[in-house]
Design a protein around this ligand. Structure first.
Ligand SMILES: [Zn+2]
Length: 314
């Protein structure tokens, strides 16, 4: 048994405007960085509409499905943000990002593998119930959590979002979901501006961990060890989903944290260790952000290597 990799070449067909950091090259860099690793490779399937409407407004889902332009870009988000756009070849990428995360849950929960990495784009953790936001159209990870609960009957699914930006969409989509624990660490202050400690969810099921600009690996490790890990262990999850954004890296152009590759290794190993003690190691990690291409590639590689090593710990 080895780590599963779920991806699809159509993830490379989601074009974005030239000024947008969320570019095709991101996925290309990630896939090249892990192409020599002994992973069990799967093609991400298209999500069905009824999978997406478990958390998104049906009219919004139809709006996305019917907004694909014949040329150029179709901007879907609010008037103040012109960065979240569909290209003529985006739709299958959007649907496979959702479907790939759900397939990863299927593989892990049914015991076909212990953990999985979903390398797809666009990312998902800013998508709201009825709105696109921050490069995201649908909540890939939140939907995967619902898939684990609705299809596989899980009643305790933890999400850990270590992207540098607040996982505001995931938080909003699962705000009233007692079967989910949403943990999200983020630089504050930083776009989108939410993610304060006081935001706790309708059932005390959200844990926000704001990190000050300049936070490095040592402070991050202390904060996770003191705040996040005890809460995760107490929740005793049946599955851990990771929103794996690599934009906390010191080289990332969109934020001001100072993590290094070794910090992603440490965090991944610790999350896998908690999963080993709670739920037979079940971890599904899904790519979110990360915008310095070499840093993204190197960080994703050590992350996937740590997932692989979790098998060797058996
Ligand atoms: Zn981000």
């Amino acid at each position: 048994m080895t780590t599963a990799l779920i991806t699809h070449p159509e993830g490379l067909l989601h074009q974005t405007p030239a000024k947008v950091h969320e570019q095709v090259g991101r996925l290309d860099f990630v896939l090249r960085a892990i192409e020599d690793l002994p992973l069990d490779r799967h093609l991400a399937p298209l999500a069905r509409r009824d999978q997406i409407t478990t958390l998104h407004d049906p009219a919004y889902v139809d709006h996305v499905l019917t907004s694909v332009p014949e040329s150029g870009f179709a901007f879907l988000d609010s008037e103040t943000d012109d960065e979240t756009a569909l290209s003529p070849t985006s739709l299958n990428a959007v649907l496979r990002a959702v479907g790939g995360a759900a397939l990863a849950v299927d593989l892990v929960v049914t015991g076909k593998t212990k953990n999985a990495f979903v390398a797809m784009r666009p990312p998902g953790h800013h998508a709201l119930r009825a709105a696109a936001m921050g490069f995201c159209f649908f909540g890939n990870v939140a939907l995967a959590a619902r898939h684990a609960m609705d299809v596989h009957g899980l009643s305790r699914v933890a999400i850990v979002d270590f992207d540098v930006h607040h996982g505001n969409g995931t938080q909003a989509l699962l705000w009233d979901e007692p079967r989910a624990l949403v943990v999200t660490s983020q630089q504050m202050p930083l776009w989108p501006g939410t993610g304060a400690v006081e935001e706790r969810g309708a059932h005390d099921n959200v844990l926000n961990l704001p990190l000050a600009p300049g936070t490095g690996g040592a402070e991050m490790r202390e904060a996770y060890a003191e705040t996040v890990f005890p809460r995760l262990r107490a929740f005793n999850p049946e599955l851990i989903l990771i929103s794996a954004g690599f934009d906390c890296h010191r080289d990332d152009p969109l934020a001001e944290l100072n993590w290094r590759e070794s910090d992603y290794d440490w965090l991944t190993r610790n999350l896998c260790a908690i999963a080993n003690s709670c739920c037979a190691g079940r971890v599904v990690s899904v790519l979110e952000g990360g915008y310095d291409l070499p840093a993204l590639a190197a960080s994703a590689r050590v992350h996937v290597q740590a997932l692989l090593r979790a098998h060797a710990d058996d």
